[in-house]
Write a protein that binds this ligand. Structure first.
Ligand code: ADP
Ligand code: ADP
Ligand code: MG
Length: 672
């Protein structure tokens, strides 16, 4: 290796700076801005055309457009990031994770421009960036490795002989790999060569480098990793370990600290080995040494020379702000604590919230986030989010929206808190993995830490349960949500009249609520004078409700008050009660179901489309459900109907007009 690593970080590279550019997006960019600001730094965001309205752009002091949405034209474009530094006077760049965070070229180009890369030197990234190269280094340093082959020769004969020597099952890995890509488990000798060919193909396409290595596939594998951080004064600390065994396709889903698998002796041992590993390159900056373990022994697999997605669990058990420390190290300061001062306190668990559909093979979900409600932070809950209500999840980047992290004195309580936090979230418009995460962390095997890295794959059916049957409480909550939203609409449109539909005397109103499995529930609401009631089948329930906040409604059924939360999106009602999450479709009492596209209160285009027919006219008196116009959306005709009775004040579009999503098509003045 080269002299930089023998002598530590080059002096003069680091200096105090005042303006930090964050070369990333989403939750990590927002999280970095917070810590940088707390240090008094000015923050500069960069963004792509797809992210002009993104949260990180709004949060930063200044922002620079890099280019089109594709990462290679924006977040991965080194020239444009350097130009943005020059434009804004930024003297330092924090790369976050993903994107350019492990690019030695990026670190070198910044250094050449006299800019500070908040991270290790290019030489350190290079030494640790290749799994094969780093394993050779670790072997010399006496760090335990998974038995395997990580030599340069890549011919079939060498690799076949190596696999036979190691013994099946083996893991074929791309040396330049990351994000779980370019990996193949091989259980039989005759599968080896085909797997090598396909791993190489994937590695070449994803990383531009097809070197592979072969490792023994560790039985019942657990992933345990150690957070390290070094400064340019020769200090190197370990900040305990994280267990990240709950993975899907070799990608982490839930992470926790400390590892519930290790006792304190094993903990000391793995941390000492991690310091030895990072010490072998005189590491400067935050980094992670990853190990695979069979629960007893642990073996080095790779080092990530950057801040990791799961770093908050380490922050919560140590009380250290890792981004603050990264910035101090980049300022050239010495680490503020000594190893003996780093104390482990309690237990932390993190869940990664993705825009994806676990029931549909985790297909990513894109679109506008119509509802985004998270519980308050504090009381052991932390939420690192990169999105807000109204933001668009674009198809260009990672589908991770946020992380929910819980801390408690012990593991069981931390899991309970995390589950409470997840259950209190409402995310609508896109599909999220929140119910899946909740099912996962409350699974008895997870609670008992009886897991390995294939657990999710094996238990998938149990982790993606169909919705339970909606009971009386859920139906009552859905109806309460409709009543609250109608009352809000009524106040909005005619402030002097809170309950336009509330006449004197007893009245009845019928609701049909359909569950996703097709079961329709008929509910009769009796209201008016005196006590309201719901008739569900043969049962009559005394019913009352009161709105507590935005979406929280107290529902009283037969004298028992229960808090519920609901979101209404068009005709879909999402209800959360003590029994879980429920989705109910409110069947339109007017018009045919497949045509109706009316919103709750305004007549808006559900998607971009073309007006093909106008079915009403200015000044017309309409009943709720009367057709107003026909829109062609993605080659399908949709009749849009009056959301309530009233007078058509204005028709905003004519036949042939192209309307954007969300455009108000007609203004209807509600009937008095
Ligand atoms: P970790 O151990 O921190 O999960 P990975 O190597 O799997 O490390 O990747 C780091 C994270 O960076 C991943 O969780 C992934 O979500 C994110 N990431 C990777 N590539 C990209 C990308 N091109 N754009 C945005 N995020 C990315
Ligand atoms: P990446 O760069 O994609 O993160 P890693 O080498 O860290 O690649 O491996 C990703 C995951 O694959 C690990 O977190 C671990 O769960 C699993 N894994 C890696 N090596 C082995 C092994 N030798 N035996 C069993 N599982 C392994
Ligand atoms: Mg890894």
């Amino acid at each position: 290796m080269n002299t930089i690593m023998k002598t530590g970080a080059p002096s003069g590279l680091y200096r105090r700076f005042r303006t930090l550019l964050i070369a990333n997006r989403g939750e990590i960019a927002c999280r970095i801005i917070r810590s940088a600001r707390a240090l008094g730094l000015r923050t500069v965001a960069v963004y792509s055309e797809a992210d002009a309205n993104a949260m990180h752009v709004a949060m930063a002091d200044d922002a620079v457009l890099l280019g089109p949405a594709r990462a290679r034209d924006s977040y991965l474009n080194i020239d444009r990031i350097i130009a943005a530094c020059k434009l804004t006077g930024a003297e330092a760049v924090h790369p976050g994770y993903g994107f350019l965070s492990e690019s030695a070229e990026f670190a070198k180009r910044l250094a050449d421009e006299g800019l500070v890369f908040v991270g290790p030197t290019a030489a350190m990234i290079e030494a640790m960036g290749s799994k094969s190269g780093s394993k050779m280094l670790m072997e010399k340093a006496g760090v335990p490795l998974v038995p395997g082959y990580h030599g340069e020769a890549q011919d079939d004969a060498t690799l076949t002989a190596a696999a036979a020597r190691i013994g099946f099952p083996v893991l074929v890995k791309a040396s330049a790999g990351g994000g779980g890509r370019g990996m193949r488990i091989v259980r039989e000798a005759d599968q080896l060569l085909p797997s090598i060919v396909s791993a190489k193909r994937e590695a070449k396409a994803a990383f531009g480098d097809d070197q592979i290595l072969i490792e023994k596939f560790v039985d019942n594998p657990r992933h345990i990793e150690v957070q390290v951080i070094g400064d340019s004064h020769g200090n190197l600390l370990s900040l305990f370990e994280r267990e990240c065994t709950l993975q899907r396709r070799h990608q982490k889903v839930i992470e926790e600290a400390p590892s519930p698998t290790l006792d304190s002796k094993q903990r000391d041992a793995i941390c000492a080995v991690a310091r030895k590993a990072a010490g072998a390159v005189n590491y400067v900056g935050a980094g992670t040494i990853e190990f695979v373990s069979n629960g007893k022994d642990f073996f080095f697999i790779e080092m990530n020379t950057r801040l990791q997605v799961e770093h908050p669990v380490t922050e919560l058990i140590t009380g250290i702000d890792l981004v603050d420390w990264q910035l101090r190290v980049a300022f050239g300061e010495a680490l503020p604590l000594k190893q003996a001062d780093i104390k482990l306190n309690g237990h932390a668990v993190e869940a990664r919230v993705y825009a994806e559909n676990p029931a549909k093979n985790f297909m990513p979900s894109v679109g506008r986030i119509r509802t985004w409600r998270t519980p308050d932070e504090g009381h052991g809950l932390r939420i690192d989010s990169g999105y807000r209500e109204g933001d668009v999840v674009s198809p260009y980047y990672d589908a991770m929206l946020a992380k929910v992290i819980a801390w408690a004195p012990d593991r069981a309580s931390a899991i309970d808190r995390l589950n409470g936090g997840l259950n209190a979230m409402d995310v609508r418009g896109i599909v999220s993995n929140i119910p899946f995460l909740s099912a996962l962390i409350t699974h008895p095997s997870v609670r008992a830490n009886a897991i390995d890295t294939s657990f999710i794959e094996r238990e998938l059916t149990a982790l993606t349960p169909p919705q339970g049957a909606a009971g009386d409480l859920e139906l009552a909550a859905a109806i309460a949500a409709v009543l609250v939203s109608e009352a809000e609409d009524a106040t909005r449109t005619s402030p002097w009249q809170t309950f336009g539909w509330m006449p004197v005397g007893k009245r009845k109103r019928k609701f049909v609520l359909r569950a996703p499995d097709g079961e329709a529930h008929d509910v009769m609401l009796n209201y008016g004078r005196g006590q309201s009631g719901l008739v569900i089948g043969a049962r009559t329930i005394a019913f009352d409700h009161s709105a507590r906040s935005d979406n929280e409604i107290d529902v009283v059924c037969d004298g028992m008050r229960t808090s519920t939360a609901s979101v209404i999106d068009g005709r879909e009602i999402y209800v959360r009660t003590r029994n879980g999450r429920f989705e109910l479709h409110w069947v339109d009492p007017f018009g045919s179901e497949d045509e109706e596209q009316t919103g709750e209160d305004r007549l808006v285009a559900p998607l971009p489309g073309t007006v093909v027919a106008v079915l009403s006219e200015q000044g017309a008196k309409v009943k709720k459900g009367d057709p107003i116009l026909t829109l062609e959306v993605m080659k399908m005709e949709q009749v849009l109907r009056a959301p309530f009775a009233g007078i058509v004040k204005r028709l905003n579009y004519k036949v042939g007009d192209i309307v954007p999503e969300g455009a108000e098509l007609a203004e209807i003045e509600p009937a008095a």
